[in-house]
Design a binder for this molecule. Structure first.
Ligand SMILES: [Zn+2]
Length: 113
């Protein structure tokens, strides 16, 4: 099953209040999982922060097996979307700065030893 087809099927299963855009032609593969096809979606907030959401499907799966797995893929995307929506916009702003500076691990405990 092609990326576009998979995105279309997933989008058709999402509930109305979930507002995700398919990202196509996105060739980054963060997971280093060569046997998997990843499909990406973006969720965006009114504050203009966007989150990258993704699900992956094994290349070994047949189209029918993929279709059987759609409900769990949809559930995974929706829970990613919910956690993005669950943050307030000051968190979104911090996420954006984090993406730019690449430093999100600064919140350790300063009083070790
Ligand atoms: Zn926001």
């Amino acid at each position: 099953m092609k990326e576009k087809e998979l995105q279309r099927v997933i989008l058709s299963e999402l509930s109305e209040e979930v507002n995700l855009r398919p990202l196509s032609g996105f060739k980054l593969n963060f997971s280093a999982n060569p046997g998997f096809q990843k499909v990406y979606f973006s969720a965006s907030c009114a504050c203009e922060t966007a989150a990258l959401l993704s699900v992956e499907v094994s290349n070994d799966k047949t189209d029918k097996e993929i279709l059987d797995a759609i409900p769990s893929l949809v559930e995974r995307l929706m829970s990613q979307e919910r956690s993005f929506r669950g943050m307030d916009c000051s968190m979104h702003g911090m996420m954006r700065r984090g993406f730019i500076t690449g430093s999100q691990e600064e919140v350790g405990s300063p009083e070790e030893n």
